[in-house]
Design a protein around this ligand. Structure first.
Ligand code: FES
Length: 264
């Protein structure tokens, strides 16, 4: 999947959420979960249902919003409100206030120094993305695998990817080698590496049966914490991952894919 397709998918997700008149995001990262944000999320969902507002109000879990010391945090959009130290008992007041006056006692001033001094780049969408959703994860796995194959081939430490993106690696490559490649080309080099390795492994008898995880991760639900009750949903993710790679349902690169990458 290319950058344009990625951004189309992001736009679709945004449009889906934009259909709701109000969106309530509850932080479901570790700090806020330890302060009852799971119960808070349930109370908010109940409050919305009791009022028959399901078509107008979306209640979603999100990743860390960044101001953990004020947790549990709740964002209300499009009003742009940030509520802090929210308890499950505040759920009714928050839902009743939608489209009306905010709940003043819970407000965290957005302009305070903590947020005012930040320019978010990687975490720009923190607080809006549901960490338990599988949507798009296969695509990100493929993209990250392709990019890290390039980083490995450049002889660089993978930790540099915490700071640099594909354009940065491309600039480094072009500067050192004296070429003028685009970042898409570089990422496709990573895709070529992954397909070549896959083809080699298949010929060596290492097949899709090896695309698995220890049974403990697949069968034993997490006993506590934010992911309580969950197991790894590999069965759902693997077919989508194969599709993203342009492989067959059995996880084999198609002749078409190998030809597209110049590997045939
Ligand atoms: S854990 Fe909730 S804001 Fe960081």
């Amino acid at each position: 999947m290319r950058a344009e397709e990625l951004s189309e998918e992001a736009t679709e997700c945004r449009q889906e959420l934009d259909q709701y008149e109000h969106r309530i995001y509850v932080c479901m990262a570790a700090g806020c979960v330890s302060l009852q944000s799971e119960e808070l999320l349930e109370e908010l969902q109940d409050a919305v249902e009791e009022r028959g507002l399901e078509d107008m109000v979306a209640v979603k879990g999100s990743g860390c919003m960044g101001l953990c010391a004020k947790g549990p945090l709740v964002q209300v959009q499009p009003a742009g409100l940030l509520y802090g130290e929210v308890s499950p008992r505040d759920a009714d007041d928050i839902v009743d206030s939608l489209g009306e006056e905010p709940v003043d006692r819970l407000r965290v001033p957005q302009q305070q120094q903590f947020y005012g001094n930040q320019k978010r780049i990687v975490l720009e969408n923190a607080g809006r993305v549901d960490p338990t959703s599988l949507e798009g994860k296969a695509m990100w796995a493929k993209l990250f695998q392709d990019l890290t194959a390039v980083i490995d081939s450049l002889g660089l430490c993978l930790f540099t990817s915490f700071e640099l993106d594909a354009d940065d690696y491309c600039d480094l490559y072009n500067t050192i080698v004296g070429e003028k490649r685009e970042s898409d080309e570089l990422v496709q080099t990573g895709e070529r590496i992954w397909n070549l390795e896959r083809d080699f492994n298949l010929r060596a008898g290492i097949g899709p049966d090896e695309d698995t995880l220890p049974s403990r991760l697949l069968q034993e639900p997490i006993p506590e914490g934010p992911a309580e009750g969950q197991v790894h949903r590999l069965e759902e993710l693997l077919p989508e991952y194969y599709r993203e790679r342009g492989w067959t349902e059995e996880g084999r690169p198609t002749g078409e894919k190998l030809a597209e990458l110049g590997l045939q």
